[in-house]
Design a protein around this ligand. Sequence first.
Ligand SMILES: [Cu+2]
Length: 273
Amino acid sequence: MKTSTLIVTLLLATTFSFAGCHEATEGVDAPASTYTATDFAFDGPGELETGWNEITIKNDGQQLHHIYLFRLDEGKTEADLIAALEAREHPEWAHHVGGPNTAMPGESVTAWVDLEPGTHVMVCEIPDPEGTPHFAHGMHQAIEVSEADTEADAPKHDTTLSLRDFSFGMPDPAGGQQVVQVTNDGGQPHEAALVKLEEGATAMDFIGAFAPDAQGPPPGRGAGGYTGLEPGETAYFQLDLEPGDYAYICFLQDPESGKPHFQLGMIEEFTVE
Ligand SMILES: [Cu+2]
């Protein structure tokens, strides 16, 4: 490289980094909180403030875990929610706020959540090998959300994901680090559970491996995503996609048919080149 070219390159790099710097200081960065997941508990802040929050699950357990936040109507308690969830109910007074989806043991997943004031409860709905959801083993934590003086802005995003009744809408996937803006354009709460599939495996092979009579480990691994989100709401999550086959899956249940959404078509396989 000639010296003159090098100088121009350096000047351009400097200009761009100043431009990036300027944009980053325009808004308020979302405050970041980490929740450590073990088998079976969460450990993290019990108080947060309204607006965008960056929430990370750090899985120090042996099983898969996620963060699924509910905001409760006034007068309802953490015990009320756990009793309802144990009865396989998702009551009207518990609003799906979501959070970072499946983190493998030893890994972390980050999402951005827009919080409103009120009592929230964080649960893990992932089942143990016997089929009992982790919240029934005590994996839940209450979080009080109070009004912030200055609410943080939403993060910048690189791509989008639309949740619909019953499908996923997304542009052609790209590899690498990215922030996904997820919006529920449907009429029911939905989630996006991302799975990285082993070569030759389908998303249904992966789901089938969790059946009570299934043999062997599932042909894939949890790779993040976002847990249940109310219709009309938007959130964000971070991905780092290496080449391979993936699938978004929604495990939430359709109240009318009693079927999980993936059985109604809410399952989307894609390949990252
Ligand atoms: Cu769904």
